[in-house]
Design a binder for this molecule. Structure first.
Ligand code: TXA
Ligand code: MG
Length: 318
């Protein structure tokens, strides 16, 4: 860990500018939550709709009561269990959380990330960091320094290098409605793990036009190469006119001359490894000029559910 880099990042965010930060999930574009100027710059750089609120990153669970109004018992249990870590809680916001962070909602999304460099940065600062994922709106999220640099280059003054993100998928988001926990976004912690801590939870039925987590639009995480998520690879390959296809999945597909290269996310069929490889593989495939990507569904359990969620959005065609 390079202290000089952390000090430099601290100085730049303290001057109300945007800095890219590593987290255990994906890289974020970070700003002082109290700087309207810096937060507005994030929306502009990402081309993000203003009605899509940001996650507030705090340094310690002890800071939670500073930025929230009341904390349901199950929220406290989840924070105790999973922070620092890839869990975001949506809770009633305290008055000091500016409306431009929450898109005027009366709730705030908040988490303690578990990346040691970003935790060290947060400890240098007197304020939390608002940070969406460091990708242009709708593009695949960045999981390395290089991804962020390739997306934004000199549009941001500084990228704090924290190596590759260990989880590689965004945080799991849980909200509370009438004190009941509800899953807003599948993510790096499997629902099964959440349920071990607080019992059965409902999944928010997403209204696509106006989802509760406004970032959960159907088209999202999209590579430039058209992606087809299919039940039956052979059937797809027989019908398709594409001749130069990349395959994405767990297992080698049957040989087919239209498949030019196979990208296996984890040959041991390990969900954690597959999740960590998903975005970087999509970004790599985009540099290789295939006509299309054909992907298999992952087993619909544990992180397989989160991977399928991202593939469904990545494959959405309007
Ligand atoms: O892992 C992560 O969560 C990463 C890292 C950088 O922390 N951040 C991230 O941010 O994924 P973003 O902006 O790409 O996704 C945040 C999601 C969006 O879907 C947004 O709509 C939702 O959180 N969100 C934020 N505030 C909310 C609120 N008050 N109520 C409901 N959803 C909210
Ligand atoms: Mg995002």
């Amino acid at each position: 860990m390079n202290l000089e880099d952390i000090k430099k990042a601290a100085k730049i965010v303290s001057e109300n500018k945007v800095v890219a930060i590593p987290t255990e999930t994906v890289y974020g574009l970070a700003a002082n939550i109290f700087s309207k100027k810096a937060v507005t710059a994030i929306y502009k750089i990402k081309n993000r709709p203003l009605n899509n609120p940001l996650i507030v990153h705090i340094k310690d669970i002890k800071e939670l009561p500073k930025y929230t109004k009341n904390i349901p018992e199950k929220a406290q249990k989840l924070a105790d269990k999973f922070w620092p870590g890839p869990l975001t809680l949506v809770l009633p916001k305290a008055a000091n959380v500016p409306d431009y962070i929450t898109s005027n909602k009366d709730t705030v999304a908040i988490r303690v990330p578990s990346h040691k460099i970003t935790l060290a940065l947060l400890h240098e600062l007197e304020f939390p960091l608002a940070a969406p994922s460091a990708n242009p709106s709708n593009a695949v999220s960045a999981t390395s320094y290089k991804h962020v640099r390739d997306y934004f280059g000199n549009k941001i003054p500084y990228i704090l290098d924290g190596g590759e993100c260990s989880k590689g998928l965004e945080s799991t988001i849980i909200g509370f409605e009438n004190n009941k926990p509800i899953l807003y976004r599948l993510g790096a912690i499997a629902i099964e793990e959440i349920e071990k801590t607080i019992g059965k939870i409902d999944v928010k039925k997403t209204n696509i036009q106006n989802p509760e987590a406004p970032g959960m639009f159907l088209k999202h995480y999209s590579p430039k190469t058209p992606l087809y998520l299919v039940e039956n690879t052979n059937e797809f390959l027989n019908k398709t006119i594409y001749k130069n296809i990349a395959y994405l999945g767990f297992n080698l597909p049957n040989q087919n001359k239209k498949i030019k290269e196979s990208f296996l996310l984890s040959t041991e069929q390990n969900f954690e490894i597959a999740a960590a490889n998903l975005y970087k593989t999509l970004i790599k495939i985009d540099t290789l000029h295939f006509d299309a990507i054909v992907a298999d569904y992952f087993p619909n359990e544990n992180l397989g559910k989160s991977i399928n969620d991202r593939l469904i959005r990545a494959s959405y065609k309007n």
